[in-house]
Design a protein around this ligand. Sequence first.
Ligand SMILES: CC(C)(COP(=O)(O)OP(=O)(O)OC[C@H]1O[C@@H](n2cnc3c(N)ncnc32)[C@H](O)[C@@H]1OP(=O)(O)O)[C@@H](O)C(=O)NCCC(=O)NCCS
Length: 274
Amino acid sequence: MEGAPAMSSREGEAGGLCRTAGHIVGDGPASAAPLAPENVQLRWLRMADAETRHLDRWFGLLAASEQVRAMRFRNRADRAAYVAAHALLRHMLSEALGGDPRAWVFVTGSFGKPALAASHLRPRPHFNISHTRDLVACAIASAPVGVDVEASNGEAPRAVAERFAPGERAMLAKAAGAEYRSIFFRLWTLKEAYLKATGEGLSGRLDSPAFQLDPLRATLWPSENDPAEPSNPDAWRFLEFLPCDGHRLALAVLRPDQAPLDVLAAAIDPADLG
Ligand SMILES: CC(C)(COP(=O)(O)OP(=O)(O)OC[C@H]1O[C@@H](n2cnc3c(N)ncnc32)[C@H](O)[C@@H]1OP(=O)(O)O)[C@@H](O)C(=O)NCCC(=O)NCCS
């Protein structure tokens, strides 16, 4: 099945972005109105900006079970990123929909994807978080959404790339060094964002969607776990961001190709969280 979500690409500085490839229609504070179908809210937080006093406050926003999970991280940076990501999610849900950030209750699906508990209002928004030691991100939308952040200056594992689509492997085969890493992490974040949007996670296949880069295009193979209609190949939209040095962020959202998509994307100041 061919899936080629059209992308309007734009390069340049905008609202805290180091560089953007994708369709951005605005940035700044999220609206307090309920999420419109075309609206995706994306925020990221640089952990270098987070101080102990912020982390202490954010820890207090978490549910007891999240606090227990946080304390299980032996590495301080991992623990801090976990706390920040979960506080950011609670903050964004309350900012968009109202209510106390501490009141949100979550359940997990079959592959571990968290969702809002049935006790919350309907329609319940979709969301996804991602955390690395240096950067955390959260996206909320009225349709399935996935976000992935990765440190892109590390090792690009060749064993993983072997599971990519033939065209992607061919792209990588022609590249070396920094160029190889750049292509690998672009593909990897895009794939993970998609697998997190569908909820399959790493149990899903790595050869679909198959991506072409510059311009960004995706070819999607039918999958039983894919919530997109098999007859609607253009259902997924993909966007890429460079929120800070050495990190990539990819976003996948279920939204028909011809439908408008407004992505409100910005860094959040730690002082404004919680
Ligand atoms: C989801 C997954 C791709 C995350 O990869 P990662 O790069 O290590 O982590 P990220 O920081 O990008 O995202 C982690 C967050 O994604 C969310 N998440 C977890 N499972 C998810 C899934 N299946 N789909 C979408 N999001 C998921 C969680 O909020 C998680 O944060 P938390 O662990 O702090 O609660 C990977 O952990 C995975 O595939 N998990 C599924 C494992 C599985 O198949 N389990 C089946 C038995 S339950």
